[in-house]
Ligand binder design. Structure first.
Ligand SMILES: C[S@@+](CC[C@H](N)C(=O)[O-])C[C@H]1O[C@@H](n2cnc3c(N)ncnc32)[C@H](O)[C@@H]1O
Length: 236
């Protein structure tokens, strides 16, 4: 159904956008580290793909930091991508929003060679088999020396870490509500959202590191970690 024929549909998208920083602890800090890992000269015409770009928060920050970069924002949700394009309209052609399903390797067609691939809070929506496979797609799409940086949720070795994270998440959302940064309507919508509340497939950080090694990546590292969240970086 198009948003034109159902105004409520575009309202739910509006309510969901800009929520992440108030519901995911350390959301912006994780992006800070991801961006810092992309230390390209500001004058270089680099090409970056943002897999599961959502409303374009990370893409926008990359476009600001790298004034000659082109960012390809990929997402399967047409309505979310439409908002990302509107929000990043000030960057003109430097942001190219592309609708695609990351479950299919075709996402990379026409984008290669890429200098960097980033992905935040998205790859854990893919099954573990597909997560492993997409790492090879990414390796194939990057040029030599190109960098892949992602941030997702991981299974900790000690289950107590998840308990701490879960408790913190609840307190974090409650404080955001108290400060009026989010509304109860937004939180209720989030819990029902078929777009964002999908099954997650999480693995151990060590498993992801093994997948990166097998795909051929070098200089694999975990530059940032906070409880269940980790930023993983690797170079082709
Ligand atoms: C939690 S949001 C994160 C958005 C953004 N990266 C950020 O940090 O704000 C996850 C995004 O991944 C997208 N997504 C999930 N599965 C996908 C798939 N198979 N193909 C393409 N996009 C997908 C969703 O539509 C959503 O916009």
């Amino acid at each position: 159904m198009s948003t034109k024929s159902n105004p409520e549909m575009s309202k739910d998208i509006r309510l969901l956008e800009d929520l992440f920083e108030y519901i995911i602890p350390k959301y912006l800090e994780a992006h800070d580290i991801m961006i810092s890992m992309l230390d390209f000269p500001v004058t270089e015409d680099i090409r970056v793909a943002d897999l599961g770009c959502g409303f374009g928060e990370l893409s926008g920050r990359l476009l600001e930091m790298l004034p000659t970069a082109t960012v390809f924002g990929l997402d399967k949700e047409k309505r979310i991508l439409k908002r990302a394009k509107e929000k990043l309209g000030r960057f003109g052609d430097r942001f190219k929003g592309l609708q695609c399903n990351l479950n299919l390797s075709a996402w990379a067609a026409g984008l290669s060679p890429l200098n960097a691939v980033v992905s935040s809070f998205t790859l854990d929506y893919l099954t573990l088999d597909r997560h492993r496979e997409i790492i090879s797609d990414i390796y194939g799409a990057l040029n030599h020396g190109g960098r892949f940086v992602s941030c997702e949720f991981f299974i900790p070795a000690d289950e107590h870490v998840s308990t701490i994270f879960h408790d913190l998440e609840i307190r974090y959302i409650q404080s955001s509500l108290q400060r009026g940064e989010v509304t109860k309507e937004q939180i209720d919508l989030l819990s029902q959202s078929t777009i964002l509340r999908q099954k997650h497939h999480i693995c151990r950080v060590d498993t992801k590191i093994e997948w990166l090694h097998s795909a051929g990546f070098k200089r694999i590292d975990v530059p940032w970690r906070f409880l269940n969240l980790a930023v993983v970086s690797a170079v082709r």
